[in-house]
Design a protein around this ligand. Structure first.
Ligand code: NDP
Length: 276
């Protein structure tokens, strides 16, 4: 398992989603994001994670059209932003994202944040898009266990994916266990803690042992936990480096040593206490 970049996990509805992909938060619209996506696809990335918020869906779409990989071999995720949540407004936001990306369908559409009083209606809109075949899978992002339980009280459709902040300083064990139990695929955002872990001594020792970089060890650790991972880079050499994780395996001891770095420390907002 995890011996090739194009390997996939099977979502609860049977759709295949790559374990590994490129994140494009803060990649500038235009040449920067296009170059990143083109470079990534050239070396074998098949999954790209964007969002309406990132304001680079046009560039992502352009790069997809420029590449020679058939559409059905790519996996494109985008997300509905908080101010667009609600039933009708989500349908409109989806249409805008789809147009900007220039795609007939989206592979995965996510509720970006659990906006109270809104996310149930937003989920109803995602269900409609799914029923109409405009999205192959639907899910949530930044949902805690209680948000998922609440959603499931209002809908028979269980999210297929939960994209959450997850890295060695925030291992999310409880949420991860709950999602596994519910067959919700967990996907890590800020897997590299936005570059803040590169000088961590524990990670450096492990990286040296495998002749890998700290980034590569962290990304492999995600896979060993059966977590989909989407590191962001706009730097072609780091895009290559981050993908070079399919030729080694971490031992149980090393996985546990990385797990033990947990401090429940976030680099992003707290899903139970945000105001945007
Ligand atoms: P990451 O943890 O992926 O870190 C990205 C940062 O690390 C960038 O500054 C990048 O710089 C740098 N970097 C990348 N590779 C390496 C490397 N090998 N060595 C050293 N530094 C490196 O953070 P993100 O917050 O971008 O998370 C990844 C993706 O997750 C996002 O792009 C987005 O798609 C998604 N996301 C989703 C959220 C949500 O709410 N659902 C929230 C935040 C992110 P450079 O580009 O210069 O290489």
């Amino acid at each position: 398992m995890f011996s090739h970049i194009a390997e996939t996990t099977t979502l609860r509805n049977g759709v295949q989603m790559p374990w590994f992909g490129l994140g494009v938060y803060k990649a500038n619209e235009g040449e920067e994001v296009q170059l990143a996506v083109r470079s990534a696809i050239e070396i074998g990335y098949r999954s790209i994670d964007t969002a309406a918020l990132y304001q680079n869906e046009q560039g992502v779409g352009q790069a997809i059209r420029d590449c020679e990989i058939p559409r059905e071999q790519l996996f494109i995720t985008t997300k509905v932003w908080n101010t667009d949540q609600g039933f009708e407004t989500t349908l409109q936001a989806f249409e805008e994202s789809r147009k900007k990306l220039g795609l007939d369908y989206i592979d995965l559409y996510l509720i970006h944040w659990p906006v109270k009083e809104k996310y149930v209606e937003t989920w109803r809109a995602l269900n409609k898009l799914y029923a109409e075949g405009l999205v192959r899978a639907i899910g949530v992002s930044n949902f805690q266990v209680h948000h998922i339980k609440d959603l499931m009280q209002h809908s028979e459709m269980i999210p297929m994916v939960n994209q959450i902040e997850l890295h060695p300083r925030l291992t999310q064990k409880t949420l991860l266990d709950y999602c596994k139990e519910q067959q919700i695929q967990v996907e890590a955002w800020s897997p590299l803690m936005r570059g803040n872990l590169m000088a961590n001594p524990t990670l450096e020792v492990i990286a040296n042992k495998y002749k890998k970089s700290v980034a590569q060890v962290i990304l492999r650790w995600d896979l060993e936990h059966q977590v989909v991972t989407i590191p962001k880079s706009v730097n072609p050499s780091r895009i290559i480096e981050n993908a070079n994780i399919f030729d080694f395996q971490l031992t149980h001891e090393d996985i546990e040593a990385i797990d033990a770095l947990n401090l429940d420390q976030r680099v992003g907002p707290d899903p139970d206490n945000f105001s945007f």
